[in-house]
Design a protein around this ligand. Structure first.
Ligand code: FES
Length: 181
């Protein structure tokens, strides 16, 4: 079993990794906290790492990885660590997993979800009530076809633009004759 160097950026810490296990497994074995909601099935995308150097020393992207990330590695330099094995020296950036990525203390630490914000039941009920009150206030329709309303002079010039009644087209025989000349 060959061993290679995996340098973590920006700390510069060097881990010894083998070619048999995935990068995610080996990072976890080294005590690094890497998010992985789907357990390595290439369906959550949480275990993503950025390859700083040595991209040629990684196994090719699997069909599942390409389906999730797309064919954009040459731009993003992102790989799913659960799908990647190392076959040479690499430098990777796992700082996204370290910075404020976990919540709780000690052994109770769990990854912070990036998509779900849990609200307390009372807060939820309060916001539902507020939305219901807001929706009860219906917008007035004072402005809708205001020229047709009783007591309004249809010929009165309006200052605001838009919603104006179109002008009548005045066409006379004299105009017709002028066009023909
Ligand atoms: S752990 Fe979910 S995609 Fe890798």
């Amino acid at each position: 079993m060959s061993e290679f160097k995996c340098t973590l950026w920006p700390s510069g810490e060097v881990l010894s990794v083998n070619t048999e296990e995935t990068l995610l497994t080996q990072l976890k074995q080294a005590g690094k906290k890497i998010k992985s909601s789907c357990g390595g099935c290439a369906s959550c995308g949480d275990c993503m790492v950025v390859i700083k150097s040595g991209e040629m020393n990684l196994t090719p992207q699997s069909f599942e990885e390409l389906r999730l990330l797309g064919n954009v590695f040459h731009i993003t330099k992102e790989r799913l660590s659960c799908q990647t094995k190392i076959i040479g020296d690499v430098t990777i950036d796992i700082s996204a997993h370290e910075k404020n990525s976990f919540t709780g203390k000690g052994e109770k630490q769990v990854p912070k979800s990036t998509t779900t914000i849990l609200k307390k039941k009372e807060d939820l009920e309060k916001s539902v009530r507020e939305n219901e009150e807001k929706n009860q206030v219906k917008p007035t329709d004072d402005w809708y076809r205001h020229w047709e309303k009783e007591g309004e002079d249809p010929n009165k010039p309006r200052k605001l633009g838009g919603n104006k009644k179109p002008k009548a087209f005045n066409y006379t025989d004299a105009d017709d004759k002028k066009d023909k000349e």
